[in-house]
Design a protein around this ligand. Structure first.
Ligand code: CMC
Length: 434
């Protein structure tokens, strides 16, 4: 079988070599196409474009497979912990016992944030969305650690930024929430593990002793594992693109947080619950929403359904659905939203429109229900996604820098005006400019 493709254009032929990935996925290498032919390719939304070669995560959207560094997501979610998965993603292998102890130790050493972070927090209006606060606080770390701006830092110095970020992110996240509700911030408590510490900073109040619910802490750890990486999605590609200009880790991750915020990406978990709440408030008629989603003249989409790469069940959605059932049963919660979600899902999976377009429930469809059961407020849902996705973003940023990848700079096809003479302001009219 030929290992290359031939492109014919205007009587000339150009050879495009192929590249085969570890799991037999094949790409055509167009790296020399423009130089040799003057042509570029056009692919809005990068639906068919590989931006890099990566050794971090493999996913097969047709078969519903997701693996981090070769390990199946199902096995990691059942047997591992979030910090172990973070280590795996960032450093490439599961840690040996001593290395893992050292890693956890380093993280607990850096959970405190600079006291001046509180001053920045004070400057935000109350009721600011926590995602905006979070991306600002992460970017502000460039000011507290200016050495992080040096693109030629040693591997040890880069690693220190990585550790600091993993350690401080729960603190920033919980403080963003405390700001919103107007409660005093709670300092990190290193006698708790990673998730327990976050939950304490979220929910502890000066007026009573805080008791951690192990069911909640365990469920959170598993959800974070399920969110930890998803190869070249919108926010990860953002982190890589920003980092490719040699911007610092903090600036790159801050950009990733903003990319995740949108309702078509991580913001969908908030949008799902808002949609389900609206359906309940309007009497439970979910069929109306299904019809709206199918109407080509209506921009509405059924939140929590569809995925750019999964054209089969999202394996994370399957696990989150099971986890939602378990958590709600253990906490003794009967949730109308979960009941409605199940009915909606059943209906959608039988509907020709969704079957034909291969639109299945995605990871965000059930995650909001668990967060709700844990007492996490709705506007914090996407922040929870940030906590989970952080190691993935870091792993990609690190991989991109270690591979010395070139600055990301796509081309375009220009469709605007041709050359126009400048008209001075006193003679300018709409007609003369058109
Ligand atoms: N409801 C109704 N129709 C949909 C939906 C939906 N949720 N998703 C896709 N479609 C239709 C879409 O209108 C299009 O129809 P047509 O071919 O007739 O124009 C077709 O399915 C393909 O959609 P697309 O927009 O070309 O697909 P995409 O790969 O660009 O978009 C998506 C993927 C996730 C943005 C999209 O499915 C969507 O908007 N879903 C709802 C938002 C959501 O749940 N996002 C979370 C994604 S998973 C976690 C994450 O990435 O953060």
């Amino acid at each position: 079988m030929s290992k290359s493709a031939v492109l014919s254009f205007k009587g000339k032929s150009f050879t495009l070599p192929s590249i085969e990935g570890k799991e037999k996925e094949i790409a055509l290498d167009i790296g020399k196409l423009r130089k040799e032919s003057g042509l570029i390719t056009l692919d809005p939304g990068y639906k068919n474009t590989g931006s890099t070669k990566s050794a971090i995560t493999f996913l097969d959207g047709e078969k519903g497979i997701l693996r981090y560094r070769g390990y199946a997501i199902e096995e990691l979610a059942e047997k591992s912990t979030f910090l172990e998965v973070a280590y795996l993603l960032i450093y490439g292998d599961l840690p040996q016992k001593d290395d893992f102890e050292q890693f956890k130790d380093n993280i607990t050493k850096h959970t405190l944030v600079h006291e001046d972070v509180k001053k920045i927090l004070d400057g935000f209006p109350s009721h600011s969305h926590p995602m905006g606060i979070l991306s600002s606080l992460v970017c502000a770390q460039t000011a507290f650690y200016p050495a992080s701006l040096d693109p030629n830092r040693s591997a040890e110095a880069v690693n220190l930024s990585i550790i600091r970020l993993i350690a401080k992110m729960p603190t920033f996240a919980a403080w963003a929430y405390k700001k919103e509700v107007g409660h005093p911030v709670v300092y990190p408590d290193n006698s708790f593990d990673y998730c327990g510490n976050f939950l304490k900073m979220m929910f502890a109040l000066p007026v009573k002793v805080y008791e951690l619910d192990p069911v909640v802490a365990n469920a959170l750890d598993r959800i974070l594992i399920l969110h930890a990486d998803h190869e070249q999605n919108c926010s990860t590609s953002t982190v890589r693109l920003v980092g490719s200009s040699r911007a610092s880790l903090y600036a790159s991750i801050s950009a990733g947080i903003n990319a995740l915020w949108g309702p078509l990406h991580g913001g969908a978990n908030q949008a799902v619950i808002e949609m389900l709440d609206n359906i309940i408030a309007e009497g439970g008629n979910f069929e109306k929403y299904i019809e709206k989603a199918k109407d080509k003249n209506d921009p509405f989409r059924l939140m929590g359904f569809g995925h750019r790469v999964y054209k089969n069940f999202d394996p994370r959605a399957k696990m989150i659905k099971k986890l939602a059932d378990e958590v709600l049963a253990k906490l003794g919660i009967h949730d109308r939203v979960l009941e409605l979600a199940k009915k909606l899902e059943e209906s959608v999976l039988r509907d020709e429109y969704f079957i034909e377009k291969k639109l299945f429930p995605n990871v965000d469809f059930y995650s909001g229900i668990i967060y709700k059961a844990m007492g996490i407020p709705i506007e914090m849902f996407t922040v929870m996604f940030v906590l989970g996705r952080l190691p993935g973003w870091i792993a990609h940023w690190k991989e991109m820098r270690e591979n010395n990848e070139p600055i990301g700079r796509p081309r375009q096809i220009y469709v605007g005006h041709g050359h126009r003479p400048y008209i001075s302001v006193d003679k300018r009219t709409k007609e003369k400019q058109s």
